[in-house]
Design a protein around this ligand. Structure first.
Ligand SMILES: CSC[C@@H](O)[C@@H](O)C(=O)COP(=O)(O)O
Ligand SMILES: [Zn+2]
Length: 212
């Protein structure tokens, strides 16, 4: 007899369905080129549904979503999770109310990360869309989106993210020449943050171009 799964398979199926439908839309916008990007959803206090490494994110099926624990170890599968699994699980482990993490490689995100890597952050102020980060209460906030150096060493990157999270609350960050991580309590909130970052980074880049 096979041992029962340590997570609720119905819950995994719901998470996978949500990832598939949302990621298809993000991919159709060109935000996940060449199999890049990765996506996850919390199943419960110990388990996370996450994309399998190397899959075409525009064509995800249930077979492309697997389960890892909060340390990023595969659970009840021999599939290989995203190369960047640790960047997802560090957030779920640290913040019990985070339910969804989205990572994309859009053109705007990548160009902005290159342009502002030297400064270490992109400053966002004066935009109505900043309300996306304040629960639609006020636009009167200023956000510095951090830009971390790119590396294939996820432990190094995760340690840098952790150190910054010790100092300030964050809803997302850029990685130089790479892309954006954004998260939220659920898929809707994570998508709202991701879309707001994308839009605002596009504005910053356009203004910089027009003013030069
Ligand atoms: C295909 S290049 C992009 C990858 O190196 C990585 O940054 C990425 O976002 C996707 O990796 P994955 O292992 O499929 O989750
Ligand atoms: Zn990536």
């Amino acid at each position: 007899m096979t041992s029962p799964l340590p997570y609720d398979p119905d819950c995994l199926a719901r998470c996978a369905a949500e990832i598939i439908v949302n990621v298809r839309e993000l991919s159709a916008r060109g935000w996940t080129p060449a199999t890049s990007s990765n996506f996850s959803r919390r199943i419960d206090g110990q388990h996370v549904a996450i994309t399998v490494s190397g899959r075409d994110k525009g064509k995800l099926t249930e077979a492309d979503i697997m389960v890892v624990d909060l340390d990023g170890r595969p659970v009840a599968t021999d599939q290989k999770s995203s190369a960047e699994t640790l960047l997802h699980t560090q957030l779920y482990k640290r913040f019990p109310d985070i339910g969804c993490v989205l990572h994309t490689h859009s053109h705007n995100q990548t160009v902005a990360s290159r342009l502002y890597a030297g400064a270490g952050h992109v400053h966002l102020a004066g935009y109505e869309l900043l309300k996306a980060f304040t629960g639609n209460t006020t636009h009167d906030v200023e956000i510095d989106v951090p830009v971390f150096p790119n590396t294939q060493d996820m432990h190094t990157l995760a340690a840098q993210v952790d150190a910054l999270l010790d100092r300030q609350p964050l809803w997302g960050y850029l990685i130089d020449g790479h892309g954006l991580y954004a998260w939220g309590r659920d898929m809707d909130e994570a998508r709202r943050h991701l879309e707001a970052f994308e839009f605002l980074l596009g504005c910053v880049l356009d203004l910089r171009r027009l003013r030069s």
